[in-house]
Design a protein around this ligand. Structure first.
Ligand SMILES: [Zn+2]
Ligand SMILES: [Zn+2]
Length: 267
């Protein structure tokens, strides 16, 4: 059998080609399923939030864990009851609106499943490009929701019920907001013509960053400490506390550029 050969990154390709073939093997139907994006988005969100459920439980007994909480003096960490209620609310909105609507979107989009994997460089560029585009779309949408009272009341206000958010509450938003954010993510990858493997990495990291933004902890190993271009949890929690400023989800450049950046001052 001939070795797969492409114009890009042959030196790195064996690693990704093996991974891609493993993903594709017998699962092409799943990869083409119109229900895949919404199902993965929900499951990933719950899975990635779950370590913070334990951290919230630990925070009530450990001074060390409490010291990592942002706005530590503003009350106890969320209770198990708050987590469970939030879980059912998010599941209900996925099942009733997000899953059926994104299924229609994916059917129209009909994503291809190529035989060849991307090179590592292609994957990096595509994932980074998706983040820049998604961050921009989110910034514009988020700013609009705060500037147009009708949009705020009917679409965004529900997400602001959490003055001090917790990990699972990253997706505790109205159905319209949940849907728009998932469509922005899917469209970003679509517009840039991403390979499905790059798109999968983008959605995975995107889910993680959304959870980290809302987790309520400024952890010593948080990604924003390594990459100062990211705002992290203190940046987004300031938005929840002040109800204004810091409209971008991850990067801080748009808020600096538009004069809407505010430092957290919450720790
Ligand atoms: Zn907001
Ligand atoms: Zn939020």
């Amino acid at each position: 059998m001939n070795e797969p050969c492409t114009a890009y990154g042959e030196a790195h390709q064996p690693v990704l080609q093996g991974t891609w073939e493993y993903v594709r093997a017998g699962q092409e139907e799943i990869l083409r399923s119109p229900y895949l994006p919404a199902s993965c988005a929900f499951l990933l969100h719950v899975l990635l939030s779950s370590p913070f459920f334990l951290l919230d439980a630990l925070a009530s007994v450990s001074q060390r864990v409490r010291s990592w909480r942002i706005a530590a003096g503003s009350g106890p960490p969320p209770s198990a009851r708050q987590w469970v209620d939030c879980f059912w609310r998010v599941l209900y909105r996925y099942l009733t609106v997000v899953l059926p609507t994104t299924a229609v979107f994916q059917t129209l989009r009909s994503p291809a499943v190529p035989e060849l994997a991307p090179s590592c460089w292609q994957l990096f560029v595509e994932v980074f490009g998706c983040f820049l585009l998604f961050d921009t779309l989110f910034f514009i949408w988020h700013l609009s929701m705060h500037r147009v009272p009708w949009l705020y009341r009917n679409v965004h206000q529900l997400h602001h019920q959490h003055h001090i958010p917790f990990a699972l509450a990253a997706q505790d938003s109205s159905s319209a907001e949940l849907l728009s954010l998932l469509l922005f993510a899917l469209s970003s990858a679509w517009v840039l013509g991403c390979h499905p493997l790059s798109e999968a990495f983008f959605h995975l990291i995107n889910s993680w960053l959304a959870v980290e933004d809302h987790c309520g902890y400024d952890l010593p190993w948080s990604l924003h400490r390594l990459l100062p271009c990211l705002g992290g949890a203190p940046f987004h929690q300031a938005h929840h506390s002040f109800h204004s400023g810091n409209y971008a989800p991850y990067f801080t450049h748009w808020d600096h550029l538009f004069g809407t950046y505010r430092s957290s001052g919450l720790t």
